[in-house]
Design a protein around this ligand. Structure first.
Ligand SMILES: [Fe+2]
Ligand SMILES: [Fe+2]
Length: 375
């Protein structure tokens, strides 16, 4: 299989990551509307009912990032979402006190007016676009209408990414004529392990310099890790007893099969060289690799093992240990963490990623409560 082609391709002005695309859009908008000083997109995560910072373009040195809060905590955004309406705030300083945290942040950074648009796909909310200006009243006139084109471009860029994993799943199903893709790994396992993956990615974001975009993409794409299992015969995949050595080797082939499927679909979609596709591909390619080179299929080690791979591996193991399987009872979180420690001490797992999971005990329990603990 050709390993190279995914990373080939030329950078275009539009950019290969969503953050670059936002910057390009913003520069373009500034040519005609120099008073638009910030464009930001927040994602709405319906599974957790959370609104999360995602991508932005602004002139401040430290943009608002790694910020999340329940949508319900903002009555005005909730209203925009229910009414499908937009909101213009002429002067943020005149909003009644106490100001919400993000309003305080905007005021502290000199922004005075804002224009907010909820984003929908088939009537379902998936985020908001925020335009902010340092000039009071900037959006009172025709500007909010002129910005519609940028709203649509932002909407399409984000949908490209969030629909990507559905697209892969859908195309694989169609291509293989398989209806039981979801049965291979249950929805709840995928909900939990992707939520753990996001927790870990957030926890190590400072150290590795990850922004919201990377964190959300790990979250979005981690459920695809075992997609290659669609290519494994049911007689092996669903075998109740132990696998023979030969069967185990065939089973291990699910990793390469998965990479092949992602590559095929992405090439068909012409999305080979974007940054988010490489995150998706690495999640599939590296979810059975270990830091000491003892994993499969390539025995990647150390720096050669991308962080998104290290994260997903830990999230997957932790969920396997803490849930009931036909052959084992669920382990307690403490016992599962003790096992992760053993694997970390043996050099298999990234210590920072293990620590990030361990430091998020409350969130881990909340995820388990929300999505149950049955495999
Ligand atoms: Fe797997
Ligand atoms: Fe899994």
């Amino acid at each position: 299989m050709n390993e190279q082609h995914v990373f080939e391709g030329t950078d275009n002005a539009y950019g290969t990551s969503l953050s670059e695309q936002m910057k390009w859009l913003h520069e373009h908008a500034l040519l005609r509307h120099p008073e638009v000083h910030r464009i930001a997109i927040a994602l709405y995560d319906a599974r957790h009912e959370l609104l999360k910072t995602y991508v932005n373009s602004s002139d401040v040195q430290h943009p608002m990032s790694l910020y999340q809060k329940p949508l319900a905590a903002s009555s005005s955004l909730t209203e925009l979402a229910t009414r499908h309406s937009t909101r213009v705030i002429s002067d943020l300083a005149s909003l009644p006190e106490p100001h919400a945290e993000h309003t305080r942040w905007l005021l502290e950074h000199g922004y005075r007016s804002s224009f907010t648009v909820p984003l929908f796909q088939s009537g379902v909310l998936f985020g908001f676009v925020f335009f902010d200006s340092r000039a009071p009243g900037a959006f009172d006139g025709a500007l909010s209408l002129d910005l519609q084109i940028y709203v649509q471009l932002c909407r399409m860029s984000v949908l490209n990414v969030i629909n990507l994993s559905h697209a892969v799943e859908g195309m694989v199903k169609v291509a293989r004529g398989l209806a039981h893709l979801r049965d291979i790994e249950t929805g709840r396992h995928l909900d939990r392990m992707s939520s753990y993956s996001r927790l870990i990615a957030r926890g190590v974001s400072d150290h590795f310099g990850f922004g919201d975009e990377f964190i959300e993409h790990v979250y979005l794409f981690s459920p695809l890790h075992d997609i290659g299992k669609v290519g494994i015969a049911d007689s092996i995949l669903l075998k109740p007893g132990k696998l023979t050595d030969e069967e185990r080797e065939i089973m291990k082939g699910h990793v390469d099969l998965g990479v092949q499927l992602v590559d095929e679909v992405m090439q068909d979609a012409g999305l080979g060289s974007t940054e988010y596709v490489s995150v998706m591909r690495n999640v599939v390619r590296c979810h059975h690799e270990f830091m000491d080179g003892s994993g499969y299929p390539r025995g990647l080690s150390g720096e050669a093992l991308p962080v998104e791979g290290r994260i997903v591996t830990i999230a997957d193991i932790f969920d396997a240990l803490t849930t009931e399987r036909p052959y084992k009872k669920p382990w307690s979180n403490e016992d599962a963490l003790a096992e992760l420690h053993r694997m970390r001490d043996a050099g298999k797992l990234d210590p920072r990623c293990v620590a990030a999971l361990e430091d998020s005990g409350d969130e881990v329990r909340a995820i388990q409560q929300k999505f149950g603990l049955n495999a």
